[in-house]
Ligand binder design. Sequence first.
Ligand code: IPD
Ligand code: CA
Ligand code: CA
Ligand code: CA
Length: 266
Amino acid sequence: MARSAILNVMVQAAMKAGRSLARDFGEVQNLQVSLKGPGDYVSQADRRAEEIVYAELKRARPDYSFLMEERGEIEGSDSQHRWLVDPLDGTTNFLHGIPMFAVSIALERQGQIVAGVIYNPAMDELYTAERGGGAFLNDRRLRVAARAKLQDAVIGTGVPHLGRGHHGNYLLELRNVMGETAGIRRLGSAALDLAYVAAGRFDGFWEDALSPWDIAAGMLLIREAGGFLSDKNGGQDIFGTKSIVAGNEAIHSALLKVLKKPVKPA
Ligand code: IPD
Ligand code: CA
Ligand code: CA
Ligand code: CA
């Protein structure tokens, strides 16, 4: 598998930040933690990892723009290129000692995602994708799962929590999906959820209220692994609607249908 120079930069940045996260994970009880809003935590580990990613990417491409979860938007003189960075996806897991978290970095060129990297340091799993070049887990080429029936499918999702306002709708959706699928999983990291769809571990995934840094790299992984993606209306306004539905062609369309299904009384 030949990686382009820019993908190599992204891999180096993600792995360096991942090593910092792994060190902090070992002494998580000593980290400073603050609250950004109800149920929304940020720690020293998030900020340290973000600094590392920022420094590495900035050194390689000084002019590119950034959208990072903690530092927000940073305009570069090149607005055609933008890095989308989640330095620690799965902060709640991390702070609870659950080793399911990742660094996620994507590169957008003229609004199109062209490269993506997701690194889970606890499992040393590195997911990479380049537009037109396929998706990989470490050195292995990825393909979405082939299961075509919802009744055989394991579906990932994100469960809203304190501070997220769509609890009622979510429960109705969950009830419909759980009645038609073989299993539902909640990992607590949207980046890894999407990587798991690309790797064929999950047959499908849906979630609301996600931000571009959570999903940009994972979206490219899924596309490059032959998967299908849309917002919950079946359109392509995933960043705008903040909703995402993913799977192979059959599961994606079946899941969309179930999510749209009129809600049955309990
Ligand atoms: C969160 C995770 C989680 C998802 C939340 C995200 P963070 O990101 O991706 O799985 O359900 O909506 O905010 O805050 O841990 O980077
Ligand atoms: Ca966060
Ligand atoms: Ca995130
Ligand atoms: Ca984060």
